[in-house]
Design a protein around this ligand. Structure first.
Ligand code: ATP
Length: 717
């Protein structure tokens, strides 16, 4: 929190001008911080929040919103006649991330710890004064922090007697509303509720649900304040739910050029907010060149680079920290997939790194570090990916140029449709200045080369690195896929369209060995081939290529023996080899399955052959029946003519005899298939009999074959 005198943003009133004045101990701390004047948002909010007014405050990043609620909370506790008891809450502050909650807790702690008695040193132990001091109780207890990664701090809450709790929504809700919380934490005397980064708190359904639960649990007779650099409709809804006649404080900044009307802006005055257009293949190259140029030309020492996903941060952290081009840079990664403790250490490492242009520090992160976090002295913010939520844009850029300082932000935009983002932001009062493409000698050029050879050299360098550890290849593919998925989630979806991305070009920027198998990529490849054909045709017809002016980049998968490509980690490699062996075994049984399938096919064919045989037999039977019927008819005719048919025809009544014989046989077997009225019984019975006979023959044939050494159908029986 220590800041040089005079670093405050312009046009603030002095702290002494507040009426009634702040408590002396609070003024002491402010003076020690070196803050001579209030910032505009502080002079607008503090007097109102100290009195009985609910506040909704919207002011640009880095304008000092934190002190705008910390000081009124402390001041109201001091001014209260009945002091808070142990277990009673005076104030609850909710923030969307643990990083921000920790930072707010640190500010409260900074003020309240100034009142804590100094523990006696060994030497001074005997001195009377110190003895008295060590026994003196602090008038106000220290605050507590309730976020993930730490056990719910009921013990600390009770032992410290804290009256101020700061935390993230989920953990705070369970701290206050769990059976133990309801028993231990008394909220009936609560005076102030603060929602910091209110729009973010209310934009996530989970957070919103928790915030509403907390609000319902706290007494209605309280002050409620909402703070953010950006406000949304959700905030309006919550105002209706839990605020009473709030005063709205909006701190606007205006750009005023000579002779022109002032233009409102939503970014700090000291911020040089820029964009750089390049091909997707050149994004990583331009990122590296910006880092180099800023150090070389402006002695910049501290950078933040934003990516859209945790996987991208993880991958680029591993790759960039090993690239010779950034050998002198101290890189740190921070994203939501890291365990809370590691996140804490990463943040502390980055903040405390004694960076200079000779040893620059770079934080690679996701939006987990976009809002509220007060990084000291960030020189340049680079947005490798534009944020999916446009509101995050000013929050990210606002990590620099804080408290009246100067700073620079650059967003990398893909050539083509992404350039529409510039107008999109301008409408939202975030004007951007163009920054030219950086060439290989780090000079700005208005006309970058068709395809920067540097991008292809970088691809080779990254691939060389990736080939040292299979894990990097996995992480690269994961980062690439996750970034594409994030691309489809852009709120400005008419600007960030997946169909406008050249997947090969982007893969060059990621240094991939091969393209991951994504359905979107397959479709894209087909379309691309069609487009290339159209282009070829157009060129052949010498019509130029007006309809289709995309500049495709050549892409070749790296030649890799994927079976041999190993993990650097021994345990992972052992597991991979075991999995590979298992897969080999599975493959063997797969071939067995294939053989089985072939055999089944042949058996079916056999079955067909059987049915052919049966048909033949049926036909024969039919012919015999017809012959019998004919002979019977002749016999009857001869008898009717008074001849002796037996002497001439002989076989007269055979047909009927055969029929009755068959019928008797069927009845005897009794297992003919029933056929309704029984009209088809005879036919079906005969069919069944002949089939059974054939099957029997087949079986005995097979058996005999088996006996002489087994046939190819043995296993099918
Ligand atoms: N009156 C002041 N004079 C000088 N510096 C100040 C003053 N008030 C706050 N600051 C400093 O300004 C910086 C930004 O303050 P703070 O983090 O409260 O900004 P913010 O408006 O909350 O930003 P964000 O919207 O990004 O959260 C901090 O480093 C803080 O110490």
């Amino acid at each position: 929190m220590d800041r040089p005198v005079g670093a405050a943003p312009a046009f603030g009133a002095s702290w002494e001008s507040l009426n009634p004045p702040l408590s002396p101990w609070i003024m002491d701390v402010i003076n020690k911080m070196g803050f001579k004047n209030m910032t505009p948002v502080q002079s607008g909010t503090i007097p109102r929040a100290i009195k009985n007014q609910d506040c909704v405050v919207e002011a640009v990043t880095g304008s000092g919103k934190t002190l705008s609620f910390v000081i009124p909370v402390l001041e109201r506790i001091c001014r209260r006649e009945r002091k808070y008891k142990k277990g009673e809450l005076a104030a609850v502050v909710i923030a969307p991330t643990r990083e921000l909650a920790t930072q707010i807790h640190d500010v409260f702690h900074h003020f309240l710890s100034s009142l804590q008695p100094i523990p006696p040193t060994d030497e001074a132990e005997s001195s009377m004064d110190n003895h008295v001091a060590s026994k003196t109780k602090a008038p106000y207890p220290l605050p507590i922090l309730v976020t993930s990664g730490t056990p719910t701090p009921y013990e600390t809450f009770q032992s410290l007697g804290s009256n101020i709790v700061i935390g993230t929504p989920g953990r705070l809700a369970s701290f206050l509303l769990s059976p133990r919380g309801l028993n231990v934490v008394r909220v009936s005397e609560l005076d102030v509720l603060v929602l910091d980064e209110a729009d973010r708190l209310l934009s996530s359904p989970d957070h919103r649900r928790d915030v509403e639960r907390i609000m319902r649990h706290l007494p209605k007779q309280r002050r409620t304040h909402l703070f953010s650099a950006t406000m949304t409709d959700a905030v309006e809804e919550i105002i209706g739910l839990g605020l009473r006649n709030p005063v709205r404080i909006v701190v606007n900044l205006k750009d005023k050029k000579k002779g022109e009307l002032p233009i409102e802006r939503r970014t700090p005055t000291g911020l040089q907010n820029t964009y750089l257009v390049c091909r997707h293949a050149e994004k990583t190259l331009q990122l590296i060149r910006i880092l180099q140029a800023e150090v070389k030309q402006h002695e910049s020492a501290k950078f933040i680079v934003y990516f859209s996903t945790c996987a991208a941060v993880d991958y680029f952290y591993r790759v960039l920290s090993r690239l010779p081009a950034l050998s002198g840079y101290h890189l740190t990664s921070l994203h939501g997939d890291l365990p809370p403790r590691i996140r804490e250490t990463a943040l502390a490492n980055f903040i405390n790194h004694p960076s200079s242009h000779l040893s620059p520090a770079v934080l690679l992160c996701t939006d987990v570090a976009a809002r509220g976090v007060d990084f000291p002295d960030i020189d340049v913010v680079i947005q490798y990916d534009a944020p999916t939520d446009p509101k995050s844009f000013s929050h990210r850029a606002g990590r620099t140029a804080r408290a009246g300082r100067r700073g620079k932000a650059v967003v990398l935009l893909g050539k083509g449709r992404e350039e529409d983002y510039i107008d999109f932001l301008a409408i939202r009062k975030i004007p951007l200045i163009k920054q030219e493409y950086l060439d290989s000698s780090l000079e700005r050029t208005e006309s970058p080369p068709e395809v920067d050879p540097g991008a292809l050299t970088l691809l080779t360098d990254i691939r060389k690195l990736v080939l040292t550890d299979r894990e990097l290849a996995d992480k690269g593919a994961k980062a690439y896929v996750s970034s594409l998925r994030a691309y489809t989630k852009h709120e400005a979806s008419f600007i960030f369209r997946l169909q406008d991305i050249d997947f090969h070009a982007l893969a060059i920027s990621y240094g991939l060995l091969r393209l991951p198998a994504m359905p979107e990529i397959k479709d894209w490849k087909k379309k691309r081939e069609a487009q290339l054909k159209r282009r070829q045709l157009a060129q052949e017809e010498q019509e130029g290529d007006k309809a289709d002016d995309k500049e495709w980049l050549e892409w070749e998968d790296e030649t890799v023996d994927w079976d041999a490509f190993a993990y650097a980690s021994k345990s992972r490699e052992t597991a991979r080899i075991a999995a590979l062996a298992k897969k080999g075994e599975e493959k063997k049984s797969e071939s067995e399955i294939a053989e089985l399938r072939a055999k089944r096919k042949i058996k079916n064919q056999m079955k067909e052959a059987w049915s052919e045989k049966k048909e033949k037999k049926d036909r024969k039977e039919e012919r015999r029946d017809k012959r019998d019927k004919r002979k019977q008819a002749e016999w009857e005719l001869a008898q009717a003519n008074g001849e002796d048919p037996a002497s001439t025809l002989g076989l007269g009544p055979i047909a009927s005899m055969r029929a009755s014989k068959k019928q008797k046989l069927l009845e005897k077997n009794g297992d003919g298939i029933e056929n309704g009225d029984g009209s088809g019984d005879e036919e079906v019975g005969i069919e069944w009999k002949s089939l059974r006979k054939e099957i029997k023959v087949e079986k005995s044939n097979k058996k005999s074959k088996k006996d002489v050494g087994g046939g190819m159908f043995d296993d099918l029986e």
